[in-house]
Design a protein around this ligand. Structure first.
Ligand code: PMP
Length: 401
């Protein structure tokens, strides 16, 4: 039965973590997986999360009964409000729905499956390059056509905006366009507000469906509203859209699989029908979501003091990353490493698209025990005051050898 099964290619980012874990060299550095690290190089359980977890553990009114298929109502409402703001017309008119999901990945999958199965959409577009899982999710959800739109221009180390617009203009009607809400992964380059306006105009004219992916709200700039402004702009402009939300990075809840699918519709009267179909998609996929992360997030987002505490935490994380970007750029400039390095500080979010070649990235792994994706994407949170000099001189060596 299984004799014809071909071995699938490994998932690069998990393979890198395995290689890093197996490496015995004390100088090793993991710039692969997109997870926050403290300046000591350790994962960080946010203090507000720790505090709530202690409270939840002591609360004997809680149990492990199933959540409803669409999850914890208080959570999905709070997630929608966090994304769109409470003054968004779609929120005020009850045209914005939330469905708790298995983190950002689960929201993307449930949304994609709904679009394919219920609306019959069959073509999606992703930025070239994009997060490594988008294609797998949409293909697995049954989309027939996955096409790239131009995004990254290696020559300018910036967005190929003309190319992007041209590709969107040529997309067939009802194509689903995956857009990164902020802190584009892997390039760290977002369109300007003026460029988003043009993108919106093309999408409206060409009848393209925006599927935003919001995995870094608050984490990119330290400001929740700023990081959500593009999704809010599209919603205010009257677009119907989906947005997947991940609480992996901004709450550090990676393995709790805490996410939400926000649906913005034109007509509140159609909400019940849409929710009923989403219910069946979830029911067939995993029946209902886990409670723990959703309880933590809902409690934080709905309490003024906890919310303020959490905002401090996201500012700590985003500013440490910004400091590391500056530290790396400054060291490479000081070392006289050939090339320009300003893009490292121009880019935002967790990653820098360094411009290093696949060979240079492999060399860094093999010779210097520094692990990053072959695309040159490096997690800036993997840098700290102890390893920054080592990493900078290793990059210098890889570039000049
Ligand atoms: N989208 C993007 C762009 C991401 O970077 C990530 C996390 N790496 C996700 C979605 C989803 O992650 P998760 O399923 O852990 O929420």
């Amino acid at each position: 039965i299984f004799s014809n099964v071909q071995t699938a290619p490994p998932i690069e980012v998990f393979a890198l973590t395995r290689a890093y874990n197996a490496d015995q060299n004390p100088k090793k550095v993991n710039l692969g997986v997109g997870a926050y690290r403290t300046d000591e190089g350790k994962p960080w359980v946010l203090p507000v999360v720790r505090k709530l977890e202690a409270q939840l553990a002591a609360d004997e009114t809680l149990n492990h009964e199933y959540l409803p298929v669409l999850g914890l109502d208080a959570f999905s409402k709070a997630a929608v409000h966090m994304l769109l703001g409470t003054d968004c017309p779609a929120v005020i008119d009850n045209r914005a729905l939330g469905v708790q999901s298995l983190s950002g990945t689960g929201a993307l999958f449930v949304g994609a499956k709904f679009l394919q199965k219920i609306l019959g959409y069959d073509t999606y577009y992703y930025s070239a390059p994009t997060w490594g899982n988008h294609k797998l999710i949409f293909d697995t959800a049954g989309f027939k056509q996955g096409r790239a739109y131009r995004y990254w221009d290696p020559a300018t180390k910036n967005i190929d905006f003309e190319g992007m617009c041209e590709d969107l203009r040529n997309a067939p009607e009802n194509s689903v366009i995956i857009l990164h809400a902020c802190a584009h992964n892997p390039t760290g380059c977002d369109p300007t507000d003026a460029q988003w306006k043009q993108i919106a105009e093309i999408m409206r004219e060409r009848k393209l469906f925006p599927f935003f992916d919001s995995a870094y709200q608050g984490f990119a700039s330290g400001d929740l509203d700023k990081d959500a402004r593009t999704v809010r702009y599209f919603a205010k402009e009257g677009f119907e859209l989906f947005c997947s939300q991940s609480f992996s990075k901004n709450f550090g809840l990676y393995n709790e699989r805490t996410g939400n699918l926000t649906v913005v519709m034109k007509d509140a009267e159609l909400a019940a029908a849409v929710l009923s179909q989403l219910t069946l998609v979830v029911r067939a996929t995993y029946s209902n979501p886990p409670a723990h992360g959703a309880r933590v997030v809902a409690a934080t987002l709905t309490n003024k003091d906890l919310f303020a505490e959490w905002q401090d935490h996201i500012r700590v994380m985003s500013s440490r990353i910004i400091q590391m970007r500056e530290a790396l750029r400054d060291r490479l400039v000081k070392l006289g490493t050939p090339g320009t390095w300003d893009h490292i500080t121009r880019q935002i979010g967790m990653f820098s698209f360094t411009g290093l070649t696949p060979q240079q990235c492999e060399y860094l792994g093999n010779e210097h025990h520094i692990y990053l994706l072959r695309s040159g994407r490096a997690n800036m949170a993997g840098l700290n005051t102890n390893n920054i000099d080592y990493v900078a001189s290793a990059i210098h060596d890889a570039v000049t050898k």
